[in-house]
Design a protein. Structure first.
Length: 163
């Protein structure tokens, strides 16, 4: 768990843009819809009852598998966050169910903030990638974050106050 220092204020908590998870869940819905149509068409064919039961069983396993994948996608969306405070930026990234990586860096070390909009949809909806370059450390990258220009301005303004 991340501990906020005394006197430190949380300025912004940022998740990925909702369109990212919506695109993935659309694919999941399609993967579920195709077998459902097949299951409803199953009674139109003359097949043995045991084979029909096997088809329902396999459909149930397939649906469970897709549900686990969808849950993993949602978890990745919901639990990956950037916390921008008055003193630092905290990057919490979940990799799998039980693997979490927490990185943080002080605002004083921020040297450059760059934003990218990788495609037309991201430009239209205002989401993109933010790269924060720090002094002597690695580059921190936030993918598919909403309002990238506003977040960039918040980071630069907070950095100027800390200088």
């Amino acid at each position: 768990m991340t501990i906020i220092h005394p006197g430190e204020k949380i300025i912004r908590v940022v998740h990925r843009h909702w369109i990212v998870v919506a695109q993935k869940m659309t694919m999941v819905a399609f993967l579920i819809l195709v077998p459902i149509v097949g299951l409803f068409l199953l009674p139109l064919f003359v097949i043995p009852e045991a084979l029909a039961a096997l088809a329902v069983y396999l459909f149930s396993l397939y649906t469970l598998f897709i549900a686990v994948i969808a849950f993993g996608m949602w978890m990745d969306y919901y639990l990956d966050i950037w916390i921008i405070t008055s003193e630092r930026i905290i990057d919490i990234e979940h990799k799998g169910v039980f693997n979490r990586e927490v990185s943080e860096f002080m605002m004083e070390r921020v040297q450059d903030v760059t934003t990218h909009n990788p495609n037309f949809l991201s430009l239209l909806l205002g989401y993109g990638t933010i790269e924060v370059h720090t002094a002597g450390e690695k580059t921190f990258v936030g993918h598919d974050l909403p309002n990238v220009k506003e977040i960039k301005d918040i980071i630069i303004e907070t950095r100027m106050k800390r200088a």
